[in-house]
Design a protein around this ligand. Structure first.
Ligand code: FDA
Ligand code: NAD
Length: 434
C-alpha cells in the first residue's frame, strides 16, 4: 500500500488534536503539510458534551454543534474548515504501530504514514471491569463512555429501556455526571462506589456531603463502601442484576461503568521516556525523542507553579498543552523561543442545575465556606485549600463568571492567610478582594 508523507502528523483526533489544528493554522501551516489521524469517524469535538448535553432527553447536543473550539468560546471547526486549510483529516483510521526511529505510523488497514514532526494526542481509554476479571462484565447493556460511538449506544439503550433502572458503577466524574443525566431521562438510578464519599480525588468529605445529599434529593440511591463483583443476565444476555461485594443485589436494565481512565501510550512503549503513567515531556511538550511531542491526557509535564511533574486528565489542559506544543514547534523551526508552560490547574463539572469550578492544588488544610446545605435553594458554597499559610486551591459551586474569575486569581496569586477561622467567615468575599 502506498505511503503517505506529511511534514506534521497528529495521532489522535480528540480535543487536543482539534485545538492543535487551530494553532497550526494560526501559525501558517501550508496546505498538505498537516494530517490528523483519528480512530473516530468524526472531526475533533468537545468531549465533555458526551456525558452532559449529548444525553439530554430533550434538546440534546449533536454534531456538528459541538466540534472544537466552541467549548472555549472559539470558532467551530467543521470538516470543511480542515479541507479549506489543506489539513488532511484521516478518520476511522486506527494507528496500530508506531516506529519513532523510521518516523512511520501504520494503520490497522495496513496504510503507512511518515512524518517529520509527530504530535501524540491519543488521550485516554476507559478501565474496564473485565480487566479486573469481574464475572459477567461483558454482558449486553453494560456501557462505558469515552467516544461518540459509546454515547450513541447509550442513547439507544436509554430509548429502549424507557423508565427503566440503571446502576452506575463508580463515584468519580463519570459516575456523578451520568447518574444525573440518567435521572433527567427518568431512569431509576443507583450509584455504587467503594470509597466513603464520592469523587475522593478532589472532593473532601464536606464537599461530597453536599453532592450526595443533593443527588439523594433527586432520587439517586447512593451505595458506598462496596463494589460490583458480578452481573447476572437474562437469557438474551442483557444485564439483569448487579451483584455487590457486600451481598446486595441490584436490578438493572442499564449499567454504566466509570472506574477511571488510562492514558493511551501503548504504541510508544519502550521508544520514549515515560513517567507517572504518561509520556514524559518538557515545558514545551517535547518528548525524549527529537521531533516528537505529546499533549493532552497522555503528557506528564512540568507543572511549574508546584515545581512538580504531573499528568492532567481535563479538557482545559488538553486545549492549552496542544497550543503550547504547536507554538513551540514553529518557534523551534524559526530558531526562536517561547515561554515555558505555566499551567494553573482548572477542572469543572456540571450536573442537574449544579456547576462547579476548581482551580489550583487540592493539598493542605481545608476551609469550607458558604451554604453547603443540599436542601437550600441557593447552595452557593466553596472550599479553600491552604498550605504553608497560603491559599493554593479553591473550589466553588454555583459561582457567577466574576466569582469564578476571582477564585482562579486566588489560586494563581496564592495569598497569605493569617487565620483559618477568619477565612471561613469571609468566605467568597476573601476571593473577591484579591
Ligand atoms: P481525547 O480523548 O479527547 O482524544 C484522543 C483521540 O485519539 C480520540 O479521538 C481517540 O479515538 C484517538 N486515538 C487514540 N488512539 C488512537 C490510535 N491508536 N489511532 C488513532 N486515533 C487514536 N474534562 C473537563 O475538564 N471537564 C469536563 O466536563 C469533562 N467531561 C468529560 C466527559 C467525558 C465523557 C470524558 C470521556 C472526558 C471528559 N473530560 C472532561 C476530560 C477531557 O475530555 C479529556 O481530558 C480530553 O478530552 C483529553 O484530550 P485528548 O485530546 O488528550 O484526548
Ligand atoms: P475517575 O478517576 O474520576 O473516577 C473513578 C472512580 O471509580 C473512583 O472515584 C471510584 O469511585 C471508582 N471505582 C474504582 N474502582 C471501582 C470499582 N471496582 N467499582 C466501583 N467503583 C470503582 O474516573 P472516571 O469517572 O471513570 O472518568 C474517566 C476519565 O474521564 C477521567 O480522565 C476523567 O478526568 C474524565 N472525565 C472528566 C470529567 C470532568 O472533568 N468533568 C467528566 C467526565 C470524565
Amino acid at each position: 500500500m502506498a505511503e503517505k508523507s506529511f511534514k506534521y502528523v497528529i495521532v489522535g483526533g480528540g480535543v487536543a488534536a482539534g485545538y492543535a489544528a487551530r494553532e497550526f493554522a494560526k501559525q501558517g501551516v501550508k496546505p498538505g503539510e498537516l494530517a490528523i489521524i483519528s480512530k473516530e469517524a468524526v472531526a475533533p469535538y468537545e468531549r465533555p458534551a458526551l456525558s452532559k448535553a449529548y444525553l439530554f432527553p430533550e434538546g440534546a447536543a449533536r454534531l456538528p454543534g459541538f466540534h472544537v473550539c466552541v467549548g472555549s468560546g472559539g470558532e467551530r471547526l467543521l470538516p470543511e474548515w480542515y479541507a479549506e486549510k489543506g489539513i488532511s483529516l484521516i478518520l476511522s483510521t486506527e494507528i496500530v504501530k508506531a516506529d519513532l526511529t523510521s518516523k512511520t505510523l501504520v494503520s490497522a488497514a495496513g496504510e503507512s504514514f511518515t512524518y517529520q514532526t509527530l504530535v501524540i494526542a491519543t488521550g485516554s481509554t476507559v478501565l474496564k471491569l473485565s480487566d479486573f476479571g469481574v464475572q459477567g462484565a461483558d454482558s449486553k447493556n453494560i456501557f462505558y463512555l469515552r467516544e461518540i460511538d459509546d454515547a450513541d449506544k447509550l442513547v439507544e439503550a436509554i430509548k429502549a429501556k424507557k423508565n427503566g433502572k440503571a446502576v452506575i458503577v463508580g463515584g468519580g466524574y463519570i459516575g456523578l455526571e451520568l447518574s444525573a443525566v440518567m435521572r433527567l431521562n427518568n431512569i431509576e438510578v443507583s450509584m455504587v462506589y467503594p470509597e466513603p464519599w464520592c469523587m475522593p480525588r478532589l472532593f473532601t468529605e464536606g464537599i461530597a456531603a453536599f453532592y450526595e445529599g443533593y443527588y439523594q434529593n433527586k432520587g439517586v440511591n447512593i451505595i458506598k463502601g462496596t463494589v460490583a463483583v458480578g452481573f447476572d443476565t437474562h437469557p438474551n444476555e442483557e444485564v439483569k442484576e448487579v451483584k455487590l461485594k457486600d451481598g446486595r443485589v441490584l436490578e438493572a436494565d442499564i449499567v454504566v461503568v466509570g472506574v477511571g481512565a488510562r492514558p493511551l501510550t501503548t504504541l510508544f512503549k519502550a521508544q520514549v521516556a515515560e513517567e507517572k503513567g504518561g509520556i514524559k515531556t518538557d515545558a514545551f511538550f517535547k518528548t525524549s525523542i527529537p521531533g516528537v511531542y505529546a499533549v493532552g491526557d497522555v503528557a506528564t509535564f512540568p507543572l511549574k507553579m508546584y515545581n512538580d511533574i504531573r499528568r492532567v486528565e481535563h479538557v482545559d489542559h488538553s486545549r492549552k498543552s496542544a497550543e503550547q506544543a504547536v507554538k513551540a514547534i514553529f518557534a523551534s523551526e524559526q530558531g526562536k523561543s517561547i515561554d515555558e508552560y505555566d499551567y494553573l490547574p482548572y477542572f469543572y463539572s456540571r450536573a442537574f442545575d449544579l456547576s462547579w469550578q476548581f482551580y489550583g492544588d487540592n493539598v493542605g488544610e481545608t476551609v469550607l465556606f458558604g451554604d453547603a446545605d443540599p436542601n437550600s435553594a441557593t447552595h452557593k458554597f466553596g472550599q479553600y485549600w491552604i498550605q504553608d499559610g497560603k491559599v493554593v486551591g479553591v473550589f466553588l459551586e454555583s459561582g457567577t463568571p466574576e466569582e469564578n474569575k476571582a477564585i482562579a486569581k486566588v489560586a494563581k496569586v496564592q495569598p497569605l492567610v493569617s487565620s483559618l477561622d477568619q477565612l471561613a467567615q469571609e468566605g467568597l468575599s476573601f476571593a473577591s478582594k484579591i
